[in-house]
Design a binder for this molecule. Structure first.
Ligand code: GBH
Length: 504
């Protein structure tokens, strides 16, 4: 990583570490160099340290970075179709080249190594492995991920593959996609196959990324009002289903989760761990009283009834079934058992609170507090700022479902990142965002909530779905014309956090 002028790497580490614990930093010039490779250990009793064994990583997804969409036998995905449909993506962008990671993965692994990253969460593109979703596996597709994983292991980075980050093979969409129960079965076959092939190299697999995003936003879309303007959010395949059909698609998605866990258990090496990575809708108690905390738990359980709640409880809540009424999904008891197949960990993608709540005498037990018009937000229109979600999300998951291991599988924000005349990308807002979210996660970790690790979204700027390349979430800046990667100041922030295992 390019170092900032005038600071030696270790000298900068020490100064930042000292400042973070409130000690007076010595003048930078006077700081002695610590031998390279000697990672500073968190000082005992350092109030900002994470527990020993807490682990750090960055995340990406296949469609957002790989490009090479027609190479080595890759089949088309619903996102290829969607991005080539006029007016769906801002500026008419597509991900045919994206970050060209398919060809530059070795450089990208090096970027991670320079940041001191211990874990990498990436996704495997289903249509590279099974171009038609089912049938004969494509050896060349498999080989790409084998080379990537080997490059990671060589760099001392633990691979955490995600099996489904929304790029459904188009051939399966043509047969009904997530509206068809067969897609759940096809996913399990693919998941079992990949885990069988890679569990000699990867010990942890995330099954499915963000159920709400690809099911609800892909099959219904959502309207939000921002600054008085109506904004529509929609993902591939861009359908607008009826309530009954949408609820059935949700059911097939959680069924896919359960079936894939069973398939992974059947084919992977003993000891392989797996679980979903979900964007839990998180209720935050507006005022921390026992009544409001309970209200926030109830609200969180109900808001996630179609996804994490049914996966972890093995039944749809009474309120979910009552609310959906005649449009409730059709399911069998046997399916509920499959959906609740025990997982090893829960991944949580946490960007924002879904809402604040207080306790209420009303039937539901909580009163949602709307975000004030003046509530601050980050650059993305949907991104209200509420770092407390990073405490409450894992805490609710632990108190509602007694989960043994939790990872934060995504956390980050978009920013208006520009390279200055002197070559720096000084993303003060992203650093503020990361520090405050880490501080709330630190509270959870030190109160005994079993959070095992944190993945920053994202390693580098990439194709941000409907926002195309206009929305930059990376710790590393990418010039999409030249593919030049430039670490932002937040990359240095993150390197320091990792090196110190602490909020810095
Ligand atoms: C994640 O989705 C994705 O996993 C990742 O691929 C993506 O690049 C990244 O985050 C950044 O967006 O939540 O009610 O405001 C983020 C979660 C869910 C954010 C849907 C936008 C819109 C509606 N996304 N959300 S809401």
């Amino acid at each position: 990583m390019r170092m900032r002028k005038g600071f030696t790497r270790r000298g900068f580490a020490k100064a930042a570490g000292a400042a973070a614990v409130g000690a007076t930093a010595a003048p930078l010039a006077g700081i002695a160099e610590t031998p390279a490779g000697d990672r500073p250990n968190p000082a005992p009793g350092n109030a900002t340290s994470f527990p020993q064994g807490f682990t750090w990583g960055v995340a990406t997804s296949a469609f957002q970075i790989e490009g090479a969409v027609k190479e080595d036998g890759r089949g088309a995905s619903i996102w290829d179709t969607y991005t080539h449909t006029p007016r769906k993506i801002r500026n008419g962008d597509n991900a045919d080249v994206a970050n060209d990671h398919y060809h530059r993965y070795r450089d990208d692994v090096k970027l991670m190594r320079d940041m001191g990253v211990r874990n990498y969460r990436f996704s495997i593109a289903w249509p590279r492995i099974f171009p038609d979703g089912i049938g004969q596996p494509n050896a060349k597709g498999l080989d790409f991920y084998r080379r990537l994983i080997d490059a990671l292991l060589e760099a001392g980075i633990e691979p955490f593959p995600t099996l489904y980050h929304w790029d459904l093979p188009q051939a399966l969409q043509d047969k009904g996609g997530w509206q068809s129960r067969d897609t759940a079965k096809a996913f399990a076959d693919y998941a079992g196959y990949v885990a069988g092939r890679f569990s000699d190299r990867a010990r942890n697999f995330f099954t499915v990324n963000e159920f709400y995003s690809f099911v609800d936003l892909g099959h219904r879309g959502a309207e939000m009002t921002v600054d008085g303007k109506k904004v529509r959010i929609e993902f591939a395949p861009g359908l607008k289903l009826s309530n009954a059909a949408l609820n059935q698609a949700r059911h097939h998605a959680v069924l896919a989760q359960g079936l894939s866990v069973q398939a992974i258990r059947a084919s992977a090496k003993a000891g392989t761990k797996c679980g979903p990575a979900d964007n839990l809708s998180t209720a935050v108690p507006a005022i921390e009283t026992p009544e409001n905390i309970r209200a926030a738990e109830i609200a969180t359980r109900e808001m996630n009834a179609g996804y994490l709640t049914v996966m972890l409880e093995g039944k749809y809540t009474d309120a979910y079934l009552a609310n959906t009424g005649k449009d409730a999904p059709k399911f069998t008891d046997d399916e509920l058992k499959i959906i609740a197949s025990p997982v090893d960990f829960i991944g949580l993608n946490i960007y924002r609170p879904a809402l604040y709540v207080v306790a209420s005498e009303q039937a539901r037990g909580f009163r949602p507090i709307p975000f004030n018009k003046s509530h601050p937000r980050m650059l993305s229109l949907w991104h209200v700022l509420g770092p407390e979600a990073m405490y409450w999300a894992p805490r609710h998951v632990q108190s509602l479902w007694k989960t043994r291991e939790i990872y934060i599988t995504e956390s980050g924000c978009a920013a208006n990142d520009e390279i200055s005349a002197s070559g720096n990308v000084d993303d003060s807002d992203r650093i503020m965002y990361l520090r405050n979210h880490l501080a709330h996660l630190h509270r959870a970790a030190t109160e005994g909530v079993p959070v095992k690790g944190y993945f920053a979204w994202s390693l580098m700027d990439n194709f941000e779905w409907s926002d195309g390349f206009t929305s930059r979430f990376g710790l590393v800046h990418v010039d999409f014309k030249t593919q030049k990667r430039t670490p932002k100041l937040s990359a240095e922030y993150f390197r320091q956090a990792i090196a110190n295992n602490a909020v810095v």
